[in-house]
Write a protein that binds this ligand. Structure first.
Ligand SMILES: [Zn+2]
Ligand SMILES: [Zn+2]
Length: 175
């Protein structure tokens, strides 16, 4: 039987990310609503748990956010028709920046705020925690720590690039 490449990971155990356990949705029920600061973009996420929450230190994120690192919450995403990640408003008003072919970095065309990074091939959508109103962000790991602009001493696992399961070296920085 041919495996369906668009099969959605059912839960964290089906997704190749080394887990600390994921946190449940932070707002009421299993729904989280949010949007950009100016209100032009609104999103509603329901029925899915985040695959990971963490910090990215890659140089692309440093450039894009003009910050030493960024925090991300990654949800499974099946593509533009995915109703679990539903853009209630403003999807067409977002602009896209492609620094690499794999990731569409989408930001509000009105206020310029980064909203979401879509990775179609890998099947996830990474939101920035401030977009998810009421979200209690709890980072689980640091990615691309080898490219870091600042040291962070918080006891979380720090990958030089990515975990092996995500195609990285799996090497970690001890400190
Ligand atoms: Zn990054
Ligand atoms: Zn906006």
């Amino acid at each position: 039987m041919v495996q369906n490449p668009k099969k959605r990971p059912k839960d964290i155990d089906d997704f190749p990310f080394p887990s600390p356990p994921v946190r449940p949705m932070a707002s009421s029920g299993d729904v989280c609503s949010g949007g950009c600061p100016c209100g032009a973009v609104e999103v509603r996420i329901s029925g899915v748990l985040p695959l990971m929450q963490g910090y990215c230190h890659c140089t692309i994120c440093q450039d894009y956010h003009s910050a030493p690192m960024c925090a991300v919450v990654a949800f499974p995403w099946a593509g533009p028709d995915d109703r679990n990640v539903d853009f209630v408003k403003g999807r067409d008003g977002m602009k896209t920046y492609n620094r690499t072919a794999a990731i569409d970095r989408c930001f509000c065309g009105s206020c310029g705020s980064p909203v979401v990074n879509f990775n179609t091939a890998a099947g996830f959508a990474s939101f920035f925690p401030r977009i998810l109103h009421g979200w209690k962000f709890e980072g689980q790991s640091h990615l691309y720590y080898g490219d870091r602009a600042v040291d962070v001493r918080d006891g979380l696992v720090k990958y030089v690039d990515l975990p092996k399961e995500w195609g990285g070296s799996g090497e970690v920085v001890e400190h």
